[in-house]
Write a protein that binds this ligand. Structure first.
Ligand code: ADP
Ligand code: MG
Length: 387
């Protein structure tokens, strides 16, 4: 699917040509998992997979929306004067939620438009197709009505839509990584203060391979909420003896000294949070020094911690990571995203990539019974109007 094919779809559905084209990326998180909601550091990058849109202005206040990924749903129509959540509007609620949030910020959305969307990010696989769609939507409104929205405001607005309109209890990382994305750079983001910095990632002799378990993420939402409440409960207990606003402000020494306050499970959850936050800092240094071997080791350490301490991996992600660790030319591998299915990433020498995909794919099929899929990720730019 490319813009030319999308243009014919637009013509077919709406009987006219589109005027504008947009793109917003998905994202991977290189390292720093399950610590965004614990006040920690994350290290994500936008990728060149993402969501595309063609838009044609309308004179009235109607929006007519069609996604090539959800053909069975057909065109959904809504008015910019009625933006209540409607379950039957399915994916279009993301677009409506963004419009509603903009109006709540006192931005004027003077007229509607027709829109065709297509994305090449697998949905629900931890590469954040939802944040991609939200940031795409913000970009469209911003461009159509010349709204003075900064990328940070766009990210916060997307998070509000995800949390309050869609009802998903997620952190700021995904929208931030996308809205502030910069080609060939990783963003170091402090989720507590929203301070951030860019770190060049030029791999040259290596590639980042995304490995998709193709597992449905049934458990993900309930387990995600369970981890959040385990962390909240551990923090409350530790706050009786430590001065900390979040778990990332607690040191390993403090954790060890006050172990008896926590259940065994809470202890392991906090152990992951503290060590993962330290690994993000070490990864930043490793990248600055061009030490990819060290970066790879940190990815492995992250996966092991997410498996043993935080228990969010599961057999599918563990099988991918372990097969990756055994393959030739691999510097490191780990799960990325919330876990319980979704995707992993591996840092692989360019000349070993084909072999890697074959070997890891074969092992996965043997153990799990169905295929994994693989993509080589390039670190792309944030959301843009293409023309
Ligand atoms: P993730 O963000 O991990 O990919 P989510 O369940 O949060 O998974 O978001 C997936 C949802 O986002 C889809 O079910 C759909 O509603 C919406 N979405 C994502 N990409 C598209 C697209 N190309 N077209 C229409 N809706 C999309
Ligand atoms: Mg999502």
């Amino acid at each position: 699917m490319d813009f030319a094919e999308m243009s014919s779809k637009f013509q077919e559905e709406f009987g006219k040509a589109a005027d504008r084209k947009y793109f917003a990326p998905g994202r991977i998180n290189i390292i720093g998992e399950h610590i965004d909601y614990n006040g920690g550091l994350v290290f994500p990058s936008p990728i060149t997979l993402g969501t595309y849109a063609l838009v044609g202005k309308r004179e009235d206040k109607l929006v007519r929306a069609y996604s090539i990924n959800f053909e069975e749903i057909g065109i959904i129509e809504f008015s910019l004067d009625n933006l209540e959540y409607n379950k039957e509007h399915n994916w279009v609620n993301y677009l409506k939620g963004v419009a509603k949030a903009l109006i709540e910020e006192d931005y004027a959305l003077q007229h509607g438009f027709d829109i065709v969307v297509y994305g090449n990010i697998p949905n629900g696989s931890g590469l954040s197709s939802s944040a991609s769609l939200e940031m795409l939507s913000v970009t469209i409104f911003k461009d159509l009505f010349e709204l003075p929205i900064t990328p940070v405001e766009a990210a916060l607005l997307g998070k509000k839509v995800e949390n309050q309109y869609i009802g998903v209890n997620s952190g700021i990382m995904d929208q931030f990584a996308i809205a502030l994305g910069k080609k060939d750079h990783v963003i170091l983001l402090d989720c507590n203060t929203l301070e951030y910095s860019y770190h060049p990632l030029q791999l040259e002799k290596h590639s980042i391979v995304i490995m998709n378990t193709n597992k449905r993420r049934e458990l993900a939402d309930s387990k995600y909420n369970e981890r959040r409440s385990e962390c909240e409960s551990a923090l409350e207990k530790l706050q009786t003896v430590c001065t900390a606003n979040n778990l990332c402000e607690i040191t390993l020494e403090e954790l060890e000294a006050n172990k008896e306050l926590l259940t065994e499970v809470e202890y392991r959850r906090v152990h992951h949070v503290i060590t993962e936050n330290a690994r993000v800092k070490q990864a930043t240094t490793a990248l600055a020094e061009g030490d990819l071997v060290q970066l790879g080791q940190l990815l492995n350490g992250s996966h092991t911690s997410l498996c043993k301490d935080y228990e969010v991996t599961g057999i599918e992600l563990d099988t991918l990571a372990e097969a990756a660790w055994q393959a030739e030319g691999v510097l490191g591998a780990r799960m990325t995203g919330a876990g319980f299915g979704g995707c992993g990433i591996a840092l692989v020498e360019n000349e070993s990539v084909d072999n890697f995909i074959e070997q890891v794919g074969k092992k996965y099929k043997e153990v799990i019974g169905y295929e994994a899929s693989f993509f080589v990720a390039n670190i792309g730019d944030g959301p843009i109007r293409v023309d």
